[in-house]
Design a binder for this molecule. Structure first.
Ligand SMILES: Nc1ncnc2c1ncn2[C@@H]1O[C@H](COP(=O)(O)OP(=O)(O)O)[C@@H](O)[C@H]1O
Ligand SMILES: [Mg+2]
Length: 327
């Protein structure tokens, strides 16, 4: 079964235009209202046990999507199913099996970290002993146990975010939603969070996360939807997304006596050759095959290679290419 199925989801926001308030009918005012299409007719599925990423620039529609999927925001159109159930028809049982860390969430500042967690546990009706047990296990995992009796207002931003994750995990969700989970955090918190996202996923949890950071998407996600202006413009694995920038696969090869070298252009795997100082910038089909061929060519012709550098495309290259090309 799919963890999430989204069909033709749209969310439009009406923004009232500021203007002179006249007594003239509301109709005129309404016609002046601006509509923002935060998400426009998107469809996708998230498979059970995958880490699925929503990657896009600011204002792309990521938060609006996640708020719709978690039943916080009613979509304008479309259907959302969580483990086969319509979120709007069965909100309570669904909310019991999901965890959610919203973008602008906050902890209860005047409670200690431990109290924050046991309070959430009580809301879920978890038995007292089990509640404390779960809270302590989570605090240890997220490296907060030592400071569990500190009031949350004493916590740094990264510690608060770790605590928010603990709160979202108190009900042992099957599906976890994270909106920009490591954005703006210190390195230690980001590391702990990324590692635990991987660990929980390995043990079977499905994870849906948003990020504007391709490094994060690349590191964590099995599949990535790239969203821009409310549209999904690509949906694929990080490797396949990177392949879109194949043109950028290149090897810089430096030789002793580079000027006298011939025949590189005729190698099977070479697409194009540009001369650079003491060597060649070689654009290739496949880096691995080309490396073998270039080294063989050097051996056969008694050439001495002094240096070899490869250029692999990054997800960032792919992202920019896709966004610039409009998909
Ligand atoms: N409550 C709202 N009222 C009006 N416009 C909104 C509201 N929430 C989001 N938007 C608009 O919808 C678009 C998508 O926003 P959002 O989903 O927050 O993007 P992201 O999370 O990708 O940065 C933006 O243009 C934003 O200004
Ligand atoms: Mg957002």
């Amino acid at each position: 079964m799919n963890a999430i199925t989204v069909n033709n989801l749209s969310k439009y926001f009406k923004i009232a235009k500021q203007g002179k308030k006249s007594r003239k009918s509301k109709e005129i005012q309404k016609s002046k209202d601006k509509t923002v299409q935060a998400i426009d007719n998107i469809s996708f599925v998230v498979k059970e046990r995958e880490i699925f990423g929503f990657l896009g620039p600011n204002g792309a529609g990521k938060t609006t999507t996640i708020r719709s999927l978690t039943g916080v925001l009613k979509p304008t159109k479309g259907r959302i199913k969580i483990f086969g159930e319509d979120i709007w028809n069965h909100p309570i049982p669904i909310k019991q099996i999901i965890g959610n860390v919203p973008e602008m969430a906050n902890v209860y500042m005047d409670l200690t970290a431990l109290q924050n967690l046991t309070f959430i546990g009580e809301l879920y009706g978890i038995h007292k002993k089990e509640n404390l047990n779960r809270a302590e296990i989570l605090l240890k995992k997220f490296e907060l146990f030592e400071k569990r009796h500190f009031k949350a207002k004493k916590y740094s931003k990264g510690m608060k975010q770790r605590l928010l994750l603990c709160m979202a995990l108190m009900n042992k969700p099957k599906l976890l939603f994270l909106d920009e989970p490591v954005s703006g955090l210190d390195i230690q918190s980001a590391r702990v969070i990324k590692q635990l996202i991987k660990d929980y996923n390995k043990r079977g949890m499905t994870i849906f996360l948003t990020t504007h950071d391709m490094g994060v998407a690349n590191e964590l996600c099995d599949r990535i939807a790239i969203i821009n202006n409310g549209h999904i413009i690509r949906l694929d694995t990080p490797d396949n997304l990177k392949k879109l920038t194949q043109d950028y696969l290149a090897i810089d090869c430096y030789y002793e006596n580079a000027q006298q070298i011939k025949g590189i252009k005729n190698l099977m795997t070479v697409k194009e050759v540009q001369e650079i100082k003491d060597g060649y910038h070689i654009i290739v089909e496949d880096v691995n095959d080309a490396l073998h061929e270039i080294v063989n060519h050097a051996k056969l012709n008694n050439l001495k290679i002094t240096q070899l550098n490869t250029h692999q495309p990054t997800l960032e290259d792919a992202f920019l290419k896709i966004i610039e090309g409009g998909g």
